[in-house]
Design a protein around this ligand. Structure first.
Ligand code: SAH
Ligand code: SF4
Ligand code: F3S
Length: 449
């Protein structure tokens, strides 16, 4: 390949918002190195996948896409195939042996090494990888954001909780917090660049700062970090995820209540409603503690929306345990729930637990839980009918007959814009009166500007 020819990459991202955010860095690093994005994989010289390992379903989807990538490489053998992210990191020992068609692979902490890996792959020196767990935070790298008015901001990396089912701590390393000063500077730069809404990312933002040296001047709690960010002029909305119930203090609830820019939405994964299962999951809290947190949230923050993650079919989950999850969901009145069937991950503590459940049982429970949580979400959304809500406009609605935006509570609103209304542009605020609701979206009319 000659140096002067323009080279194109195609990047596919699996997994959580951390990975989406890392993909912005991967694009930034590639584009600084002279690569251009290709619209279709067919047009790319480099097919890159930012992978997830959290459940087997993410890995199966990756395998499907890799089949297609191998076909494209057979058509044009100089095409490169690369894997980034958590699956690559998790399989670092055997990945090149198991996938001989791969040219390069690297972990979430090694995005900065991408140009060197590409040089080595292009010079024909064989498969090259980078998987060291260093202290480097990808936040320092250049990023290419797709949306001008909204941005993710990484407050911390890794996780030290070791929930018994989860691979994240072993692939992303221990929890490390960035300095508050760096985060604030990054947000100010983003705001100068047109950003009005940020989402602060961390696997467990409630323990932000605790890993930092108590002697450092800018070791602050997450609630204090929110207070500092709230003071940034020009910023309009602050979101964050994920919160862990074991570390959710009242200072954060008060910050959500009192700080005008912090949105009234909390994603608080419960995983199970049965203490027996929570213990086996090593979650570090009880059903009763979780219910107390929820009661306090509803009491202190009017109109707060609450979403959660739930795992069904954890090893040893009995019918009565599952029933306790159902009653907890009913008590908590979640605005939304991400429900997952337990997926056994090699190397996790739960992988060796007895009591694996038959697929049919897990599917039946999943089905019951999904119908309950959807029913609850619908009732909660219907309660907003008739109300005016503040919406940040995101673009045309998926049906194409109107516009789409999001409320402070993180609910998607599809609406018809009034003919005389000025505010129709992406990234602007408007007020919409809600006319109807489903379990996942609201529908309405633009009220005024
Ligand atoms: N740090 C976050 C999210 C981690 S992964 C947290 O602690 O909440 C997102 C969700 O995936 C988890 O909340 C959990 O519900 C689910 N998950 C993780 N490992 C899983 C597994 N092995 N099987 C099924 N679901 C899993
Ligand atoms: Fe995984 Fe638990 Fe860490 Fe979340 S808190 S990333 S579920 S180990
Ligand atoms: Fe995220 Fe999947 Fe990694 S959920 S942290 S991309 S294993």
């Amino acid at each position: 390949m000659t140096e002067s020819r323009q080279r194109f990459y195609h990047l596919t991202t699996f997994g959580c918002q951390m990975n989406e955010h890392d993909s912005e860095r991967i694009r930034g690093v590639l584009e600084e190195d002279g690569w251009m994005p290709a619209v279709e994989p067919d047009d790319a010289d480099l097919l890159l996948f930012n992978t997830c390992s959290v459940r087997e379903s993410a890995v199966s989807r990756l395998r499907g896409r890799l089949g297609e990538a191998r076909r494209l490489k057979n058509e044009k053998p100089e095409r490169l195939i690369g894997l980034a992210g958590c699956f690559a990191q998790n399989r670092k020992v055997e990945i090149f042996r198991d996938m001989p068609f791969l040219d390069l692979a690297f972990g979430p902490q090694n995005i900065a090494d991408l140009p060197a890996l590409l040089d080595s792959a292009e010079s024909g020196s064989g498969q090259s990888g980078s998987f060291s767990d260093n202290d480097f935070l990808s936040a320092a790298l250049p990023a290419r954001r797709k949306i001008k008015y909204r941005a993710w901001v990484q407050a911390m990396t890794g996780c030290t909780n070791f929930c018994s089912y989860c691979v994240v701590p072993s692939v992303r390393g221990p929890e490390r917090s960035r300095s508050a000063r760096d985060i604030i500077e990054e947000v100010k730069r983003l705001v100068d660049d047109g950003v009005i809404e940020i989402t602060i990312l961390g696997q467990n933002v409630n323990s932000y700062g605790l890993d930092r040296d108590p002697g450092t001047a800018d070791r602050v709690s997450f609630a204090d970090l929110l207070m500092k960010l709230d003071a940034i002029e020009g910023l309009r909305r602050i979101r964050f995820m994920t919160s862990h119930p074991k570390d959710l203090g009242n200072d954060l609830v008060e910050a959500m209540r009192d700080l005008p820019k912090v949105c009234e939405h909390l994603h608080l994964p419960v995983q199970s409603g049965a203490n027996r299962i929570l213990d086996r999951m090593k979650r570090g809290y009880s059903r009763e503690h979780y219910l107390e947190l929820v009661e306090n949230l509803y009491e202190q923050i009017p109109g707060v929306s609450l979403t959660t993650d739930i795992i069904v079919g954890f090893p040893g989950e009995k019918e009565e345990d599952f029933y306790r999850t159902m009653t907890l969901a009913a008590e908590c009145q979640f605005d939304g729930a991400f429900t997952f069937m337990y997926s056994r991950r090699d190397g996790t503590a739960a992988a060796d637990l007895p009591g694996r459940l038959p697929d049919a049982t897990v599917k039946r429970r999943m089905h019951e839980l999904v119908s309950l949580t959807q029913q609850i979400a619908l009732v909660k959304n219907e309660a907003i009918i008739g109300e005016p809500v503040e919406v940040l406009i995101e673009g045309p609605s998926s049906r194409g007959d109107g516009l789409r935006g999001r409320t402070r509570q993180n609910k998607v609103v599809n609406y018809v814009a009034g003919a005389s209304v000025k505010n129709k542009a992406e990234g602007c605020f408007t007020t919409v009166t809600i006319d109807s609701a489903t379990s996942t979206t609201l529908k309405g009319r633009q009220a005024c500007d």
